[in-house]
Design a protein around this ligand. Structure first.
Ligand SMILES: *Cc1c(COP(=O)(O)O)cnc(C)c1O
Length: 406
């Protein structure tokens, strides 16, 4: 008789966004005349930029001719894309990362969930609280997190690093020593970020204690302040302790196209074993590459037209972000984020819980956001709004929220 991977049974409750979906569905069935505005899920809404569409069309045509048809992609990804990434995302920023340290994938969610596989189950992970749920849940599935305490909503073997107003939503070095440290800056869900000097402290700490930092930089394109690092490899010593995850989802609207990459520097070692070799082995065994068509689209992100068009797209969302930020601030809310990230993190008013405020907004102004408590216990009392909607919907949602009498 077969047995299950019982670790899956330890996962608590239903997934945050399915709970939200059910609530919104129930409300809209009961109130079919109401126009609901969704500023909840972190999904883009603007269409793909013309340079990307052109690259996609060109690659599709190539696939239809015998001379230019492509089958399986190379394990690490096509060189034209890895070179473009190395030049534009790294060398141009003074980071010493070469094309053969870049592993092209179909997105950062998979990579952030899969990367734990190359590490022992004995490793202790440290995560920010609140956190992008994938980091924790993928470690739960692997059996690395101990037992769940439903009261505190925490796992016995996970080191939580609270990110609260008191520390400007930037984690402090943990008291217990972790082996794997998940960091995400600019942050989802808080929209907060760290300066290069702050990130350097983490790199120094990881090198001192022999930990690996898994650095999720999915929102890098939204950075507007000059002292905020775009890559962890801007910090000295990061090649020896950090893996970086990137995505084309948020900077280029590829959430439905699917493309991302992971950087594993060759200097990153456990004893004399390079992690690069392990991840290459894993990639080669379990993954057959992002589509050629999509990798060509990724290349177009780095073309001159692509860069110009995508800068505009990011600016469009960031204009929404500042509309939300300023509007809610004017209305008396305590808000943060929205400057280097497309997320606004607001404190729920009048001591409401995150879910109480969710229900309140849904029922009174028909606006959907994300309850902060869904991202971890320190998210309780907070609420996330995203800047990924259309400008018109964003303005209407903010104006509706401003009008409520709390
Ligand atoms: C959106 C997001 C990603 C990107 O995921 P993809 O699989 O590349 O679409 C990764 N990390 C975080 C924190 C995100 O919010």
């Amino acid at each position: 008789m077969f047995k299950l991977n019982n670790n899956y049974l330890k996962l608590p409750g239903s997934y945050l966004f399915s709970t939200i979906g059910k609530k919104v569905n129930a409300y809209s069935v009961a109130n079919p005349d109401k126009k609901i505005i969704r500023l909840g899920i972190g999904d883009v809404t603007q269409p793909l930029a013309p340079a990307i569409i052109q690259a996609l069309h060109g690659a599709v045509d190539e696939m239809g001719r015998a001379e230019t048809f492509r089958g399986y992609a190379p394990d690490l990804g096509y060189e034209f894309l890895r070179n473009a990434i190395a030049d534009n995302d790294y060398k141009a920023r003074g980071c010493d990362i070469s094309a053969d340290e870049i592993f092209v994938s179909d997105g950062a969610k998979c990579d952030s969930g899969n990367i734990q596989e190359i590490f022992s189950l004995d490793n202790r992970i440290a995560v920010c609280d609140p956190v992008y749920p994938v980091y924790v849940d993928s470690n739960v599935m692997a059996g690395r997190t101990g037992t769940y305490d439903a009261n505190t909503e925490t796992w016995s073997d996970v080191i939580y690093m609270p990110c609260t107003a008191a520390n400007n939503f930037a984690p402090e070095l943990p008291k217990e020593t972790p082996d794997l440290i998940y960091l995400c800056f600019p942050n989802n869900p808080t929209g907060a970020t760290v300066t290069k000097a702050q990130l350097q402290e983490w790199v120094d700490y990881a090198n001192k204690v022999g930990a690996v930092i898994i650095y999720d930089a999915a929102y890098e394109a939204y950075i507007s302040e000059t002292d905020v690092p775009h890559s962890i490899y801007e910090c000295e010593g990061a090649r020896a302790c950090a893996i970086e995850l990137r995505s084309f989802s948020k900077n280029a609207g590829f959430t439905g196209v699917r493309l991302g990459f992971t950087v594993v520097p060759k200097e990153l070692k456990c004893g004399d074993v390079a992690l690069h070799g392990l991840w290459a082995r894993r990639h080669g065994t379990k993954y057959n590459g992002a589509p050629y068509i999509v990798q060509r689209a990724g290349e177009a992100v780095y073309s001159e037209e692509g860069k110009t068009q995508l800068k505009k797209q990011v600016a469009y969302y960031m204009n929404n972000a500042s509309y939300i930020y300023n509007g809610l601030k004017e209305a008396g809310f305590t808000v943060s984020g929205g400057v280097n990230a497309p997320y606004i993190w607001l404190q729920t008013p009048k001591g409401m819980t995150s879910w109480e405020f969710f229900d309140y907004l849904l029922e009174n102004v028909n606006v959907v956001g994300t309850p902060g408590s869904g991202f971890g216990p320190s998210g309780e009392g907070y609420f996330r709004l995203t800047a990924f909607g259309s400008y018109e919907n964003t303005v209407e949602a903010v104006d509706r929220i401003k009008g409520v009498r709390l």
